[in-house]
Design a protein around this ligand. Sequence first.
Ligand SMILES: CC(=O)/C=C/C=C(C)/C=C/C1=C(C)CCCC1(C)C
Ligand SMILES: CC(/C=C/C=O)=C\C=C\C=O
Ligand SMILES: [Fe+2]
Length: 554
Amino acid sequence: MTSSFPFSPTRNYGLPSCMVSNHASDGCSFGQPSFPKNKKSRELNIVSVATDLPMVVQSPLWKEVAQERKLAAWTSIQQERWEGELCVNGEIPQWLNGTYLRNGPGLWDIGDYNFRHLFDGYATLVGLHFQNGHLMMGHRQIESDAYKAARKSNKLCYREFSEVPKHDNFLAYIGDLANLFSGASLTDNANTGVVQLGDGRVVCLTETIKGSIVIDPSNLDTLGKFEYSDSLGGLVHSAHPIVTQSEFLTLLPDLLNPGYLVARMEPGTNERKVIGRVDCRGGPSPGWVHSFPVTEHYVIVPEMPLRYCAQNLLRAEPTPLYKFEWHPESKAFMHVMCKASGKLVASVEVPLFVTFHFINAYEETDEDGRVIGVVADCCEHNADTTILDNLRLQNLRSWSGEDVLPDARVGRFKIPFDGSSNGELVEALNPDEHGRGMDMCSINPAYLGKKYRYAYACGAQRPCNFPNTLTKIDLEKKKAKNWYDEGAVPSEPFFVARPGATKEDDGVVISMISDKNGEGYALILDASTFEEIARAKFPYGLPYGLHGCWVPKC
Ligand SMILES: CC(=O)/C=C/C=C(C)/C=C/C1=C(C)CCCC1(C)C
Ligand SMILES: CC(/C=C/C=O)=C\C=C\C=O
Ligand SMILES: [Fe+2]
């Protein structure tokens, strides 16, 4: 599949000349930033105080506007879509040909209703298209049913991560409850991640199964729902499937009979086939599985004591743990399933933990090559659930300089295969190496499931209220190298390998930065030195995004 934003300077009405230039690095001052008006684009016209104001206006609202612009990461996107070439400062490697897609919840306001949590926003997809040292950027909203209905009726119509539509009367409330159980009222707002399947299709995902949406990476168009053709049912799945050229592995929590289905889908099909099932050892419901790790031969099923909560699902107003509940008494477990047979080969109790993201896992062998256990690493929040409520927008927007980001670390699970009842959870390196912030990780995908040395993630330079550095973790030397730009919020550092590379860190790391002035830029670091090699300013700051994928040019 080729991926290229259709580029023609005439498409970019009103853009600074350098942005419609075919030449990179040729004088990149945009002057006073403005929202460029692409004739094809529709102004959203539904958000924030800044929307209706020309950006150079001197008005009593100016300070407010400036303050709003300083927080581009947490401010709703102003335009439905945009595309154009960016000026590049520095040099993008000639080998970097393809598209980095990043998905995230970029629109948090609908009508006069303002969402409260980071995870609620309607999905904004951003594409960075690299070609022969040039960089095109485009963004656009994903046309989920939830987004389209909200735009049409100017109100929330589906249940989002923390928001529930208001009911006009009791009957409507009862109808909504029925729709919750059938899944009809759940959101399909695919705002969490984006993956390219082995067959080339590109799918945006969230935690509701219905929120799997196929897009066209060349122009970011929404192509339609990804319909699973099997009859596995269920309403939710892990937001982070494991996707390789040969398979798509997913976990489906079973909320009725607490457990997890492990399923596999082959490229070119829409049919998930069950590999096996894990029964929960704690209760009353399965633990939240935002992500899970795999090794070459095993799928690791985490059972976190932060569990789905039926009561909280029914609530109209969110609790600090949203749809979940913390059950320390139910304990924490890690289960290991053989991918080929579906049999459980280990199931151990582990210390309590809280994680969104597993980083990687691998098998440990003895001198005869027999597997004696697995190691699984994650971004672990010190068994403290407060991070979830810290991601409320009000919290993110109103930082007053105190150090309020809870500590996190690279949590390393050691799961023995000798029948032990317990596994270990240790720190893979001293968390001070990365400022005790740790989330939004990536690795070299060639090392998925294998012994690896490097991870890239967001760390912290304190004081802060959100991870504000990019960090390269060396798990062998137990050291980190950090990138920091004062006041900036960087998104997930995404590793792309140089074609033909033999070293694990031979490649680049791509991130999108919201800077302290309310502006934003794409940043390209050399993954080996972790030094900046290029940056390209966006026409305006973009909202924070979550996860991305690389679509190589073929
Ligand atoms: C953005 C992110 O990381 C997580 C998004 C999670 C979502 C949208 C979860 C939605 C859910 C519902 C709408 C009801 C059922 C439970 C749950 C999966 C939390
Ligand atoms: C952004 C985030 C956590 C930051 C904590 O330090 C988690 C995102 C989770 C969803 O993808
Ligand atoms: Fe995630």
